[in-house]
Design a protein around this ligand. Sequence first.
Ligand code: EPZ
Length: 418
Amino acid sequence: MDRLIISGNKKLKGSISIHGSKNAALPILVASLLSNQNLTLENIPNVADINNMLKLLEGCGVKIIKNKNSLIINSKNLKNISADYDIVRKMRASVLILGPLLSRFGYCKISLPGGCAIGTRPIDIHLKGLKKLGAKFEIENGFVIGQVSKNLIGNKIKLPSPSVGATENILMAAVMAKGETLIDHAAREPEIVDLGNFLISMGAKIEGLGSNKIYIQGVNNLKATKYKIISDRIVAGTFIILAVMINSKIQVKNFNPNHLKSLIKILKKMGANMDVLNSSIKIYPSKKLKSAKIETAPYPGFPTDLQAQIMSLMSIVNGNSEIKETVFENRFMHVPELNRLGAEINLNKDIAFIKGNKKFKGAQVMASDLRASVSLVLAALCAEGKTTINRVYHLDRGYAEIEKYLGKLGAKIMRQKI
Ligand code: EPZ
């Protein structure tokens, strides 16, 4: 398990270009199972979750020809395999193969994902929605086995809450179902819009992407396409928060700032000094950064995936802040580790109380989940002295070669393979 050794308090400056979105690329790779044509995908991020997904798909007989950040994928010889516990446990996004396999074969068997560091992560909303399209499910020895007697049939589906994964699974199952489907109370994340636009580029008939009502008219097949995946707004948001913490001139490029409106609004309210351009943001030093009170929420609210990162920033601004986490039930695993680095954060149920005006000091810390890990990197880069972050495989799931990326800005980060 690798670890990172970070020497803090270096003056960082320059610009950083954002790679493709992991959470858009994952459902799009799975959606490719719906077609037996050659599909060309561009701007694929080189992160562990993507590489694991590619291995899972190749294990099902999918042909993949990779060339740097692009690939050609063909599912003509797709065999129906069951995604076993080890794969699904490590990468929850594998539950997304339910929809396409039911659509393609009328049968699928995947291990129940189980929980992870941030919560129990059930898939009841996925199964309820797919049942409304005609699928039947049995749970047996930790596996969920789905079957469709003839075809998936379009239907009206109202989600109990705007689940990102459930919206994606149902959307993929509906595009070749017979008749019309409405997904009401759908999630609105840009990654879902990107998945929908990819499907439309293959001939799917979808309206309402980005709203909470998505209408799908089933089609009989999907054609070949070439599609460029959006940049990763969470990686962009992470580095924007870092730039504000480091308090120096940094440009974060090659992403859509419209996907980060809620973060930009909060940072400006906290006194951050920035120019928002078409496909980049320039951050400048600011005199006085102040506290904030935020609540995470489904898009377009403040993203839960940036909660740990902004908590690092809140520890060093003037005044005390509060964060209410409303999306996951256990997403404060970074708190004890940030406190080891000198933060003073207390929890009361789903609210974190963050004392400001703290100075981070280097220490040994443990990564626990993907975004918790990167909040420790942000704190370590502002800390006095050296920080060692253990179990950085969590980080590698969503941030491509972070030591090289941030090294370009002048950060001193060394990876130790142990
Ligand atoms: C996606 O997870 C993202 N993952 C997560 O990013 C992100 O945090 C999350 O959406 C929220 O934005 C990918 O896109 C691969 P949900 P997902 O279904 O689809 C509950 C990262 O750091 N729920 O919107 O699993 C669930 O337990 C990851 O990149 C049910 O109860 O999120 C959670 O409390 C972490 N039943 C809430 O809904 C269900 O059937 C939101 O989950 C499904 C979800």
